[in-house]
Design a protein around this ligand. Structure first.
Ligand code: GLN
Length: 447
């Protein structure tokens, strides 16, 4: 823990942490040490872990990197936090992220952008940018993030880490600040597959506080090793033919495909003709859900309150106008619009139908194949400030990650080395619902 405290001190310029829990982490470490000494320590004893600042931890601040939640102290812990602590992990602090997890570069945070440790002028990715950089720069061993449309996988890809998003429902969302509830999922950022596996084993499983958390039995993910089992891998052809795809990413993926073949897996190119509909469907549905989820921030219940308002309506308006940043407001407006009478059928309902088609198509593909392979991102980490003023450019960059989010399937981003500018490159593997072990064992074999 002392080592990580020093590392954090030496890397403050990266802006990865919103707060370091010096006191509670030290207390927890002492307890864990005692348990280690008397032989009663849990599965995660000694794991120093950071949590994204949208995951509640009793008696600690949680802000979702928003002014709206400035000073808000959580009265209870998220189920994932309870589970980490019960297995003796040490929670070192809360990590910077895009405001309410809305963004793909960590530039919408009220606390400012996070710098990529590979090149500090470049973004960390988002929305779990602090989580990715904290692992990349060795400021903690591993980190929790949340992934609604790629927020664990994309920053992991930009930072050369392993980003794991389990099946929707595999991990409880209780105590996680909601963005789009039918998409949100807790995920892990780690530097090894075995850390991802043991974390998933601890975090997954039923929870009486979240009815969408699956009751399916939790396999012993940590026992999963590189089995060498031969897999049938489908590469979505259109994703590699896309003009927006960076040539170095394409080359590294083609190389990876050759390596998969050399390891005895079969690889086939398949067509997925709904690619153009992924980003529109994702943004219609997630903004709709967000507009509803964020209505609770009214200046009365939580966090920021305008003190000049003279009546209730004014209090709502002023508190929300001051508390939310630009991207969050854009999404609340967009979501309110697509849900409004007269537009509901044309946008919201249509997007739900598209989501179902996408899901069916993927299920069809996964009948014939074990794994679906695509890039994680069209480009490596871009420069801070380059894309933030153009929401459409930002949204389009989510094209490869939102597929797993719309369909609820598990997906992992694994590192493929660096480009000539030393920026990390990455590949994405997806599989059937609740078959996380397939992803873990194939990633283990591959790396
Ligand atoms: N970039 C995507 C968005 O802005 C994903 C965010 C997320 O997964 N939380 O919605």
């Amino acid at each position: 823990l002392d080592y990580y405290f020093k590392q954090i001190e030496a890397h403050q310029h990266l802006n990865a942490f919103n707060e370091v829990f010096f006191y509670s982490a030290a207390e927890q470490a002492k307890l864990v040490q005692e348990k280690i000494d008397n032989g009663t320590a849990g599965k995660l004893a000694g794991m120093v872990i950071g949590i994204k600042d949208n995951i509640s931890y009793k008696d600690h601040m949680v802000t979702a990197s928003s002014r709206m939640l400035e000073g808000f102290v959580s009265p209870y812990s998220a189920t994932v936090v309870e589970r980490l602590i019960s297995e003796d992990a040490v929670i070192i602090g809360r990590l910077n992220c895009d405001e309410f997890a809305m963004g793909g570069s960590n530039e919408t945070s009220y606390y400012g952008p996070v710098s990529n440790a590979a090149d500090t002028e470049r973004v960390a990715g988002g929305s779990s940018g602090g989580s990715a950089v904290a692992v990349q720069a060795d400021l903690c061993l591993s980190a929790l993030g949340t992934d609604t449309g790629g927020s664990v996988r994309q920053p992991a890809a930009f930072c050369g880490c392993i980003g794991f998003k389990p099946t929707y429902g595999r991990i409880s969302r209780y105590g996680v600040i909601a963005y789009a509830s039918s998409f949100d999922q807790v995920g892990t950022i780690t530097s090894s597959v075995s850390d991802a596996a043991i974390l998933l084993e601890v975090l997954a499983g039923a929870d009486e506080y979240d009815s969408t958390a699956s009751k399916k039995e939790v396999p012993a993910y940590s026992a999963i090793a590189a089995t060498g089992a031969k897999k049938k891998i489908a590469v979505i052809r259109e994703t590699l033919e896309s003009e927006a795809l960076d040539p170095a990413i394409k080359d590294s993926i083609l190389n990876a495909i050759e390596r998969f073949k050399a390891q005895g897996h079969t690889v086939a190119y398949v067509s997925f003709d709904l690619l153009d509909y992924l980003v529109p469907a994702y943004y219609v549905l997630t903004t709709a859900e967000a507009s509803s989820n964020l209505s609770r921030y009214d200046g009365v219940h939580y966090g920021h309150r305008n003190l000049e308002a003279t009546n209730l309506n004014e209090l709502y308006k002023k508190s929300r106008a001051e508390g939310f940043g630009e991207e969050v407001k854009r999404r609340i407006l967009l979501g309110t619009f697509v849900l409004s009478a007269g537009y509901y059928d044309a946008y919201y309902q249509k997007a739900q139908q598209v989501r179902r088609l996408i899901r069916e198509k993927m299920e069809e593909m996964l009948k014939d194949f074990d794994i679906v392979l695509t890039p994680v991102t069209p480009t490596p980490a871009f420069k801070i400030g380059d894309n933030i003023d153009d929401p459409l450019v930002m949204y389009m960059a989510d094209i490869f990650t939102v597929l797993a989010s719309l369909t609820g399937i598990p997906a992992v981003a694994i590192p493929l080395g660096n480009n000539t500018d030393s920026l990390p490159l990455s590949i994405q593997l997806m599989t059937k619902h609740f078959r996380e072990e397939e992803l873990l064992s194939l990633s283990q074999t591959f790396l």
